[in-house]
Design a protein around this ligand. Structure first.
Ligand code: URA
Length: 188
């Protein structure tokens, strides 16, 4: 299908040319998103790290390997789901994305959600959760519950990088939250 007939491919092409914020100057690649274009389950992370910036694919570094294993733990593969980020370009040194960078990039995420129409959206960590649920409440309070969102539900979970940093108990929480995701998919 030519990009012009495939709205997600057209959106990807627009993102690749985007210069709406300062991150365009330091990126190697725009990390638009990967996976099934009509996925029932979509993950939204924070922003690309070094490995993602180099490869152009989200969640391919250490945190990505943990995310992949959590996805496989509920009987799915990365090809079954869609994975994207709040910001599509790497903040230098992996600093937090700035409010103006998030605002500049948000229309891409909104249009990805419009086109993919996932029944279950999983926000990974605080940045995605705060943006999509429009809340100031932190991830540790919100995680592992279903919240009504668009035509389905949104489930905030700990960011895989936080799970790697905090180890044991955080990993158990992440596994429990993925069981919630699996149940939500069965109900979707
Ligand atoms: N962390 C994120 O939030 N996104 C990625 O793509 C990789 C690491």
């Amino acid at each position: 299908m030519p990009a012009s007939a495939d709205p997600l491919a057209s959106l990807r092409a627009q993102a690749h040319d985007c210069r709406a914020c300062g991150l365009a100057a330091t990126r190697t690649n725009v990390v638009f998103g990967v996976g099934a274009p009509a996925a029932d389950l979509m993950f939204v992370g924070e922003g690309p790290g070094e490995q993602e910036d180099l490869s152009g694919e989200p969640f391919v570094g250490r945190a990505g390997r943990l995310l992949t294993s959590l996805i496989e733990g509920i009987g799915l593969t990365r090809d079954d789901v869609y994975i994207a980020n709040v910001v599509k370009c790497r903040p230098p040194g992996n600093r937090n994305p700035a409010p103006e960078e998030i605002a500049a990039c948000a229309p891409f995420l909104e249009q990805q959600l419009d086109l993919i129409r996932p029944r279950v959206v999983v926000t990974l960590g605080n940045f995605a959760t705060k943006l999509l649920l429009d809340t100031k409440v932190g991830i540790t309070k919100l995680r592992g519950e279903r919240y009504p969102y668009r035509d389905g539900v949104l489930i905030p979970v700990l960011h895989p990088s936080a799970v790697l940093r905090n180890g044991g108990a955080a990993l158990a929480q992440a596994r429990a939250d993925f069981v919630v995701i699996k149940r939500a998919l069965a109900d979707a």
